[in-house]
Write a protein that binds this ligand. Structure first.
Ligand code: ADE
Length: 225
């Protein structure tokens, strides 16, 4: 898979891809992540990428020209499954969406900034608009990192234990059950006995039951889906 991220702040996006699982996924050749600085695509002398909004009002708007240039260049090099715009008024990111996107070959992610992008960008180039939650971030960069992480960890070979993404919360619309590690007794706080019993069918049943209970208690809305 290849992910091209268009941003005015590439430095904000570098570190998430330079550590741990996302770094290893790139080293293994399972994903390529390319950051594109919008300022490299402006023809204006001062590398201006934003301007005041027509009709007045506070806040700057990202201009269409540099975005058009960047997206057009990328599209001339390969086909893209989706051109995604990170925006608070987009569709909510969830596990199902991450699963679907993990099947894509090439995606572009455009990060908004200030008051957002010229509406014509959205009308002409964007195929999917995604929010990571009902709150406003300073820009789409952190949201793009969240989306990329959610997608990349699903690519075959990225996680060491191939099954571990299958037992994540939200796969099957259930939250994950509680987990424990050593010591079995910490200052009198004990691990549930079943987990140290060695009875794996019973352990599996216990986990399913705990996942059900936890979901019922914390996210009953998931059980209605
Ligand atoms: N840009 C600003 N806020 C955002 C959010 N909540 N989700 C996605 N992109 C954003």
């Amino acid at each position: 898979m290849r992910i091209d991220i268009i941003t005015v702040l590439p430095e904000l996006l570098r570190s998430p891809f330079e550590a741990s699982i996302l770094k290893r996924a790139q080293e293994k050749g399972l994903v390529e992540v390319h950051l594109h600085n919008l300022r490299d695509y402006t023809s204006s002398k001062y590398k201006q990428v934003d301007d005041y909004q027509f009709g007045g009002g506070a806040g700057m708007v990202l201009m269409i020209e540099p975005i058009d240039k960047c997206i057009s260049k990328l599209k001339s090099e390969r086909n893209y499954d989706e051109v995604i715009y990170m925006t608070p008024d987009g569709e909510h990111l969830n596990q199902k969406m991450a699963n679907t996107l993990s099947l894509a070959k090439n995606i572009i992610i455009l990060c908004g900034h200030y008051k957002g992008v010229d509406q014509r960008v959205r009308d002409a180039f964007i195929t999917k608009e995604i929010t990571i939650g009902d709150y406003v971030l300073s820009g789409g960069e952190l949201a793009a990192a969240v989306l990329s992480d959610a997608v990349i960890r699903l690519l075959p070979g990225v996680l060491n234990d191939e099954t571990s993404a299958l037992t994540d919360s939200f796969q099957d619309n259930l939250l994950a059950p509680p987990v424990y590690t050593r010591p079995a007794d910490y200052k009198g706080m004990k691990v549930p006995e079943i987990l140290t019993s060695g009875n794996f069918p019973e352990i599996e049943k216990w986990r399913e039951d705990q996942a059900q209970r936890r979901t019922q208690k914390r996210r009953p809305d998931l059980l209605e889906k």
